[in-house]
Write a protein of this length. Structure first.
Length: 106
């Protein structure tokens, strides 16, 4: 029975690896309207394949100060053509989460 259980475990692990559930990638913004990000020579991701985090899009947030006053702050964090980005591939490669910009360390 132990051999059978080990075979099932091994098959499950191989299935997860075959699915490639998550991997980190680097890309470059090719255009912003429409948003396209190039991963390599053959793969360009379209907007419908991308999930943007707050770090890479324009957003407005409400801020409440200690004295009780409020204000709305707008963060101009939208991506620009030519920027390098860090992405996570999910759903077996159907969707890509754009985490943030990438900068070369000098």
């Amino acid at each position: 029975m132990t051999g059978f259980l080990e075979s099932v475990k091994r098959a499950a692990i191989e299935a997860v690896h075959a699915e490639k559930p998550v991997s980190v990638l680097h890309g470059t913004v090719e255009s912003t309207e429409p948003l396209n990000i190039r991963i390599d020579q053959k793969l360009v991701l379209r907007r419908d394949q991308l999930i943007l985090t707050g770090a890479v899009k324009r957003r407005t947030e409400k801020v409440i100060y200690a004295d009780g006053t409020t204000a709305e702050l707008t963060f101009e964090a939208a991506l620009e053509k030519g920027q390098a980005v860090i992405l996570i591939r999910s759903d077996g490669g159907q969707k890509y989460i754009v985490l943030d910009r990438a900068e070369a360390i000098t």
